[in-house]
Write a protein that binds this ligand. Structure first.
Ligand SMILES: [Zn+2]
Length: 239
């Protein structure tokens, strides 16, 4: 049985796609909304992963550092992770198979899920946004030159959210996950991975706490582009 659990979100995926890269929320405030999450930083300066209440900044060169509490974020999703479901991941599980596997474990695609995969991976392929300068290009352009990095036979954590399709535009539909290695020194936005030996933990979310920015840029953003599907694919699946 699913119990009520709130997922917090700062701004919208469509705002990020439209080049709204400066927020009005600090990492310190965000950590008050949850001890687990993913997102990005002001000026699109790298990918974010929050684990056990610590916020890490993952940069284009693959490095990870602890973010400062006074840094800003234009987009993030966070929750207090309660591992209500815990299962061994099938050996060889790939990114594209995770949603189907979650459906087997917890058969409703109509809720949100915080997802944490901890263990050893045969490989993890990442891509990480790099800091942009003004005037900001739309995200589909901003990710154009990003390098893919590949980590082989690596221990670490893949964390993020499985979001229902009806949230398209609010968030990234499907699984959106970030990776950080066990030493917490490298990682990025996950394009693909293969599980060697790992545990999957799920925290179902029933309530969405959505915070819209009060900035001028957000007020005038185009949040309903005609080619939303294409933009989501370009920015989140393959750069
Ligand atoms: Zn990401």
């Amino acid at each position: 049985m699913i119990v009520r659990h709130t997922i917090f979100q700062n701004s919208l995926m469509t705002a990020l796609l439209d080049g709204i890269y400066d927020g009005e929320m600090t990492i310190g405030e965000l950590l008050g909304k949850g001890n687990f999450g993913i997102g990005t930083f002001d000026a699109l300066d790298g990918e974010m992963i929050i684990l056990d209440g610590v916020c890490y900044q993952l940069r284009g060169d693959g490095t990870a550092t602890v973010a400062d509490l006074d840094q800003g974020t234009p987009f993030a999703v966070a929750t207090n992770f309660v591992p209500r479901i815990k299962v061994a991941a099938p050996k060889g599980l790939k990114r594209e198979e995770l949603s189907a596997f979650i459906d087997e474990v917890e058969p409703s695609a109509n809720y949100m899920y915080a997802v944490r995969i901890t263990g050893r991976f045969s490989n993890v392929v990442t891509r990480t946004v790099v800091k942009q300068s003004k005037p900001y290009p739309p995200m589909a352009q901003a990710v154009g030159g990003d390098k893919e990095l590949r980590f082989d036979d690596v221990e670490g954590i893949i964390g993020g959210f499985r979001t229902p399709v009806f949230e398209k535009g609010i968030s990234v539909p499907g699984c959106h996950v970030h990776f950080i290695d066990a030493a917490r020194t490298s990682g990025g936005h996950v394009l693909d991975y293969t599980v060697d030996e790992a545990t999957i933990e799920l925290c179902p979310g029933t309530d969405l706490d959505l915070r819209l920015p009060l900035t001028h840029d957000f007020r005038s953003a185009n949040l309903a582009p005609d080619d939303l599907d294409q933009q989501l694919h370009t920015t989140e699946i393959k750069g």
